[in-house]
Design a protein around this ligand. Sequence first.
Ligand code: UDP
Length: 571
Amino acid sequence: MNITENAIRVLEKRYLAKDENGSCIEDPAGMFRRVAKAVAAADKEYVSEEELKEIEQEFYNMMSNLEFLPNSPTLMNAGRPLGQLSACFVLPIEDSMEGIFESIKNAALIHKSGGGTGFSFSRLRPKGASVNSTGGVASGPVSFMKVFNAATEAVKQGGTRRGANMGILRVDHPDIMEFITCKRDNSEITNFNISVGITEEFMNAVENDEEYNLIDPRTGEVAGTLNAKKVFDVIVDMAWNNGEPGIIFLDRLNKDNVTPELGEIESTNPCGEQPLLPYEACNLGSINLSSMVKDIDNSPEVDYDKLKTVVWKAVHFLDNVIDVNKYPLPEIDEMTRGTRKIGLGVMGWADMLCKLNIPYNSQEAVDLAEKVMSFIQSESRKASIKLAEKKGVFPYYDKSIYKDKDIKLRNATTTTIAPTGTLSIIAGVSSGIEPLFAISYIRNVMDNDELIEVNPIFKKIALEEGFYSDDLMKRIAKKGTIKGFSEIPESVQKIFVTAHDITPDWHVKMQAAFQKYTDNAVSKTVNLANQATREDVYDVFWHAYKTNCKGVTIYRDGSRDMQVLNIGKVK
Ligand code: UDP
């Protein structure tokens, strides 16, 4: 198996099954075997024993070849007692003490199993509103977010991984200003990503520099007005300050809600890629695009035949996951089996572009993004229709928009672009649809030894073209880009661009290209240079709005004390 040392380290830490002494009792191949067997088992009642073995082997092959990987909870928990396989959940929060603490308890159960939770706090009465039973006054959504945050912090230690949350508040909630500024200090509410739930009405008011209404969620009555442009400017200012809040276009999420009869979409999962109804969960999986390039006579091209085969198997796999999954709550079981949403996406996009000699920041790359993703979306739907012929449509089909179109799908949605934070490390490729973060970087290993990690595609070319040296790789790591190194050919400099070589508008164009052919949403961070201005942030938000993105998150380099990835810093 072509798995890197780094990947093995990650797997050993959290993914491989261990005995009571904490020693691993399986290797990566054993993990993929365990997962393949557990997920294939969903076909037991449909196929012969021999066919079942074949399905298991197909699943095993596509994972161990690192062509497709399911989200982390599936790798961790399939075929093991916990059995919770989804990464994404959305829970409702009712405007009552019982409702709020019920939701906290449910979130704790989900975090324990490696899932992330999203919540809308919009139904909670505003700060200062009366509490009938006590005669006191309510403390408002932000104060309760802090309670959710503390609960997540406490569960962290015992869980399979750090619990993550998304907190959303509608822009017309009376407490919106407190929400927008609640993470001004980075050490606050650290277990939450926050996003403002933006409405079309609000965006129109921003455009026309008008006032808009704040609505009391309990009565639906107007509770005040604010100037939309001023509110938008504060959102921009906060995002410029440290990346939060993000924005999410609620009306767009609901325009694409395929089961509106079942309710309204008020939130997404923690990283924003999966809008869900209250109590709905979704399991994700990602195709490694870096492994979908074929080389014919030294001319690389996308291997669409192989991609098609993997899409079909991946849809089969993810659909099976719904059946073998053990859900943490009966309500989640009911909703998730009812809509049977799956989220197939991609990773290794930047690597694929490098192999194809296409710069990320080019129209050619944006056009190819549309072509590849529309292919995946269309094939995944065909695969889902085929599954429905055999196993039936999703149970809430009659409450979906598909019944009028007579499109008999097994899954209410099929595509989502996840961040693939860990999956991309396991597969050893660039994450999600993000550009390369660095060409090389220096990792401190034990005994203060320095290890230079070089992008494998770049390393191959550097060796072939004869400009590789450890010294050069170290200098590249310090600079964070290969721009301006005279020993590297111009043609190579053009292709191997990193997140910081790319202007923000290319980030947004790429996100919009993938979104165009994704049922759910796209996880993407628009990276800005440290010197970027508030106006640059404003432009990114506006560009994302105008190009039909479902939300947008920005990050200005160096704007937080704690930053996951650093360029130019030898650590
Ligand atoms: N997630 C989480 N905790 C984490 C990382 C991820 O709960 O520490 C959830 C969250 O819902 C996120 C989703 O998993 O949106 C997908 O994240 P990613 O693709 O990075 O996960 P991977 O499968 O690569 O671990």
